[in-house]
Write a protein that binds this ligand. Structure first.
Ligand code: HEM
Length: 170
């Protein structure tokens, strides 16, 4: 976990009701797409994030950005009905905990979802996602992303979480 962005003084907000109970994505999504398409889908999603209003949260430079995308893709393989790829590579997901170093408010979540939806719109044609399951995929990520929100939104979200990774970028 990158603790460089962690401000111990900030107030962590926890969504009431705990982790959302939401329907699993049908395994038919993984079966149709396979690992390669899910990775390509996630990389396209991360390219959109890098050009969005939450870009400051993500690594700079294509190599670092794609490394982050591939971590996310490994989990997407599992969430879309495939094997436990993320768990094998990186251990237990503990997703809310892993997102705590980044200030994520509802506005940030919505922007993240906008990027996700735009990628989803091209997914049947470009990444072999079954068109009949697109709505189920969208609903799962829309519901589950609420659990990553950890700020009520008083923070402006800019400088505090600005990544200090210049030395790492190529
Ligand atoms: C369904 C919702 C989400 C899922 C399944 C998800 C999944 C993931 C995964 C698997 C990782 C890699 C964790 C690690 O191994 O370190 C990650 C990292 C990250 N996520 Fe999410 N995420 C979600 C929502 C969000 C939202 C709403 C935001 C912000 C608006 C966000 C921002 C980030 C950031 C900044 C990282 C760190 C990237 C890096 O530097 O490696 N995520 N996410």
């Amino acid at each position: 976990m990158d603790l460089m962005n962690y401000n111990p003084d900030r107030e962590i907000w926890t969504p009431p009701g705990g982790p959302p109970q939401t329907d699993r994505i049908p395994a038919a999504v993984y079966e149709a797409m396979g690992e390669e398409n899910i990775f390509a889908f996630t990389r396209a999603f991360y390219l959109r994030l890098a050009a969005s209003s939450v870009a400051h949260l993500f690594p700079r430079g294509e190599r670092n950005l794609m490394a982050a995308a591939d971590k996310s893709a490994a989990l997407n393989v599992f969430l879309m009905g495939g094997p436990h790829l993320y768990q094998q590579r990186h251990g237990p997901p503990r997703l809310r905990m892993r997102h705590i170093p980044f200030v994520i408010d509802e506005a940030g979540r919505r922007e993240w979802m906008r990027c996700f939806r735009e990628t989803l719109a091209e997914a049947p044609e470009q990444y072999g996602m079954p068109a009949e399951h697109v709505a189920a995929v969208e609903k799962f990520y829309d519901d589950f992303s609420g659990w990553m929100v950890n700020s009520k939104g008083e923070e402006t979200g800019g400088e505090e979480t600005e990544r200090r990774r210049d030395a790492e970028t190529e």
